[in-house]
Design a protein around this ligand. Sequence first.
Ligand code: RIB
Length: 273
Amino acid sequence: RMIMKKSKTIGVLVPDITNPFFSRLIRGIEGVLYRENFVTLLCNADLDSKKEIDYLEELSRRGVDGYIIASSAISNQAINETLRAKNLPFIVLDQKKAEGFSDAVLTDDYTGGRLAGEYLQELGHQKVAVVLPEGATENIATRLIGFREIFPEITLIHSELSKQGGRQAAKKIIETDITGIFAINDELAFGLYLGLAEAGKKIPQDYSVIGYDNIDMCEYVTPQLTTIAQPIYELGQTTAELLLKRIQEPEKDWEERMLSVQLVKRFSAARLK
Ligand code: RIB
């Protein structure tokens, strides 16, 4: 085979670098790439498909050796045209759904949602809400499916996937009679902390809150946040390792890895009185 000149550079596309989930993820990716003498080129897509396509094309002009795509704005058609057509190695994860024509790493979102539901049920909650963005990406929507296995009837509160979104959602929550809240990520949960406090409500006395991700801040807020832990660092490492394998061996079969999640009990969810 012809020996190509390598740039030893990998382009990484994420949807939102302000969310600590993604900084930890990138840290896992970068650790592996650094060890293997690759440089990480970070691109923040801001949920903007134009930005994402621009980045993909620019990265290809710069001759990167591969792509890690965690943002969902770009269509599969654009990926096909920009990457597959040119035989550029890539791997998708998190907000980007695998379509069966690339390597992929997933975490068990279904079980994560289910675990959150089971725990709220065990604590005696019956009226529960899920806070999530409208038109959620597939990984997030799958958490909702798992949760609904336990609570078929829930109040859905749509809000942007951010602290600000959680703060806004609190205004809607206090108008309902729900007692348990599943925030689809930790950032939303932290926003709920502020929003509920502003409305004079207490966690967990008035509302039990469960988050998702287990970012570092969960331990530093009061009450410490009960959440579903994703193995974020390992997710980054596994993704980078699979992509490097693909670069070495372009013709091998597609690989898909599923990483497990777990409930981390802290102090934001309590038994219903
Ligand atoms: O916090 C960011 C969220 O978006 C996480 O739950 C992660 O899985 C991503 O999809």
